[in-house]
Design a protein around this ligand. Sequence first.
Ligand SMILES: Cc1cc2nc3c(=O)[nH]c(=O)nc-3n(C[C@H](O)[C@H](O)[C@H](O)COP(=O)(O)OP(=O)(O)OC[C@H]3O[C@@H](n4cnc5c(N)ncnc54)[C@H](O)[C@@H]3O)c2cc1C
Length: 409
Amino acid sequence: MVVQAVSSLVFCKLSSTLIPISQSATPYLPQSLTITTSPALSALQAAFPAEQIALPGSERFNARIKSYLSLLQSEITPSTIFLPKNKEEVTSFLKILQEHRETFTIRGGGQQPLPGCSNIKGSITLNLINITGVDLNDKNNIMSIGPGKRWGTIYKKLHKKGLSVTGARSGNNSIRGLALSGSLSFFSSRKGLVYENMENTDLFKSLRGSSNNFSIITRFNMRTFKQGPFWGGTIFYFPDQFSAQIDALVDELRRPDTSEEAHIMISLFFAAQIDQVLGLNQVYYTQEVQTPPDIQPFVAIQPQMDQLNSIRMVTVKAAAEEQAAVAMTGVQCAYINTIVKADSATLKATAKVFSEALKKVKGFEGVIFSFILQPYPLSLLKKTSRFGGNIMNLNSKNGPLISILILIY
Ligand SMILES: Cc1cc2nc3c(=O)[nH]c(=O)nc-3n(C[C@H](O)[C@H](O)[C@H](O)COP(=O)(O)OP(=O)(O)OC[C@H]3O[C@@H](n4cnc5c(N)ncnc54)[C@H](O)[C@@H]3O)c2cc1C
């Protein structure tokens, strides 16, 4: 699946010394800040230049800590952030940590809000942002991507060649954690999940959805494909239409000839800023076809907020920029999701629970609560099964499936 992976083990932490330093001006750091020294940190300092070892209180450290999506992650203070430049340095890092039996965590783009999943209190956060490089092999059209790269850069480079890749919908997202998790793309109905489009998919079934449990990925080699502009965008409408949209979604997924080009997300959200619940569809048909009938039920809703309708012919880059425009960093944020069968009654019941719960949060300042349905159509699940399945046991047997995502900002 992935060409360059450095195997990681979890180590026990030995003794450490805490040295208090002066309070930092950044709001992301705790009031009394400490620098933790340890034999592992001293060994790292002896082996690498100072600019690769960001210590609490330094500008480099603060910039990295602030750049998590979730404030809950930013509030965790590691003893140091180590910034390797290549695979060899990751290997040396692991050897040092193994020798000194020190714990660490791996940080990718920092977009997963679960506190501690990519940051660690009092130990070392391995940040892969400086392992970059986006190289297209013109002979086989395989794109080699460093984990420090964001999808926007990758799409831009491929667009010039009339190509694209099965990456994130948000151009702001990085390749790292996405490629190791569930990983939906604009092209998933046709191409499968993101990791199914990596080279050597057969290498490690255990990596398919295993996140950071088995390896540190230092390079992703992905198959590219020809891709022109496509039709899609966002539609805002009133919540009383949402139930009919659930029916339309389930009908579309259960049709025997359901489209491999359609990528549909339907949501209900409450934004305190406008004190209103609205429906939001993000809908794409990944061919250069205007007004494709397959996605019309999700586009032609009436009444809708016409001035916010962004349906048009877009490039992958533009569609990913539109998705990234709503992305934030440094916010109180949480999300949870579960996957269920594409069944109208189940989805309507969960939407009802969500809507009822909203009554309790009305009046909270600045919050956004979203209920998002993201389909896993049969075409996607069949590809997943063909490539050997995944650690989440998503397969075509029970499909089509729908992910219910609750997102809170
Ligand atoms: C605005 C937004 C848009 C999103 N859009 C999509 C989308 O279009 N499709 C989709 O499927 N998901 C999407 N997601 C979900 C996102 O892909 C996941 O949260 C993903 O895990 C984030 O990866 P990250 O590297 O940014 O996060 P991080 O928090 O840095 O890492 C997540 C996990 O992966 C591990 N990890 C990261 N890099 C590596 C590596 N190189 N080697 C080993 N382990 C590593 C970390 O240790 C951590 O456990 C979106 C999330 C947000 C906030």
